[in-house]
Ligand binder design. Structure first.
Ligand SMILES: NC(=O)c1ccc[n+]([C@@H]2O[C@H](COP(=O)([O-])OP(=O)(O)OC[C@H]3O[C@@H](n4cnc5c(N)ncnc54)[C@H](OP(=O)(O)O)[C@@H]3O)[C@@H](O)[C@H]2O)c1
Length: 280
């Protein structure tokens, strides 16, 4: 049995479906998950990983561990990892920031502490370190639907953002196949794209023009602070505005594991066009 935490999120939802389609017995964990959120046959377990007595199965072949919501900054890594110590394997979704932003309290230090807890758990482990997700563009959905506009900072700065479905595919492989023990993988998309290019890809996907509005860093920060803590917002803006050479580079790891190139942002936009499509 494989446990997928973060089972209702961008990565977890696809991972639950993929593992189920592959014939694995899957338990889906999130605070508010219900059977209606999961494919038939999947066991839905509502549990808060921040709680010391998180009611998760005590044994399993493998667990996909996702540090969702407040857990990154407020969770106790040793306590969050402890319930999975008797599992055959832990695959942790971490962040590229552990390598590129080691001084950041969020992307660097907080995730490094979760990685350490997993490495110290005594269980076989694999660490996945993605860069930015294509699904961050969902933040543009309401303005695209309402006014066909995208407002974003650093419109000309390119980053090889990754499709969360590719993360789920890598997670499925590392959870179920041999050869990934004690491996740390950096996960990126196939090529850097700028926010302006991503807005244009969404415009292509919905068949309507979209106006790109340049935001200042302060405007973007005010928006980010409505749904993330200040340290996370500040590091996010540092990455978006002044990425390091490594953050701008395409990693070979997705292709190495999946045997195919990572998915382009334009494909993500086409698959998610309905989110942006509603008539003005
Ligand atoms: N977005 C990016 O650019 C980026 C880049 C690098 C790394 N990451 C990392 O990737 C992860 C986000 O992945 P995602 O986009 O797939 O997630 P998401 O869509 O934000 O969903 C989060 C999932 O975690 C669950 N969750 C949140 N808090 C929980 C708790 N205390 N106990 C149990 N379950 C909890 C949520 O369900 P409930 O709310 O019902 O519990 C949901 O299933 C984060 O760790 C983030 O730091 C993101």
């Amino acid at each position: 049995m494989i446990v997928v935490t973060g089972a209702t999120g961008n990565v977890g939802r696809t991972l639950v479906r993929t593992l189920t389609e592959q014939g694995h017995e899957v338990t889906a964990v999130a605070r508010r998950v219900t059977p209606a959120d999961t494919p038939p046959g999947v066991r839905a377990v509502a549990a808060d990983l921040a709680q010391p007595s998180a009611d998760v199965p005590s044994e399993g072949a493998a667990v996909f561990l996702l540090i969702g919501g407040d857990l990154m900054m407020a969770g106790d890594p040793v306590r969050v990892v402890a319930p999975f110590a008797n599992y055959g394997r832990i695959v942790l979704l971490s962040s590229q920031g552990v390598a590129t932003r080691p001084q950041s309290p969020s992307h660097g230090r907080a995730f490094a502490a979760f990685e350490q807890a997993v490495m110290d758990s005594g269980t076989e482990w694999t660490i996945l370190r993605p860069g930015g997700f294509a699904s961050n563009a969902y933040a543009w959905a309401s303005s695209v639907r309402a006014a066909r506009t995208v407002a974003a900072p650093f419109g000309e700065v390119g980053l090889p953002i990754i499709d969360p479905d590719d993360i789920a595919a890598v997670a499925a492989a590392t959870l179920t196949q041999p050869g990934h023990a004690e491996a740390v993988y950096e996960l990126t998309g196939p090529t850097p794209t700028t926010p302006r290019q991503r807005a244009a890809a969404i415009a292509d996907a919905i068949g309507e023009p979209i106006t790109f509005i340049d935001q200042t860093r302060e405007e973007a920060r005010a928006q980010l602070l409505t749904f993330m803590p200040a340290p996370v917002a500040d590091t996010t803006l540092d990455i978006l505005g002044t990425p390091t050479a490594r953050e701008r580079s395409v990693s070979p790891d997705v292709e190495k594991i999946l045997g195919r190139a990572p998915t382009a942002f334009a494909d993500w936009a086409r698959r998610n066009a309905s989110v942006f499509e509603q008539v003005m």
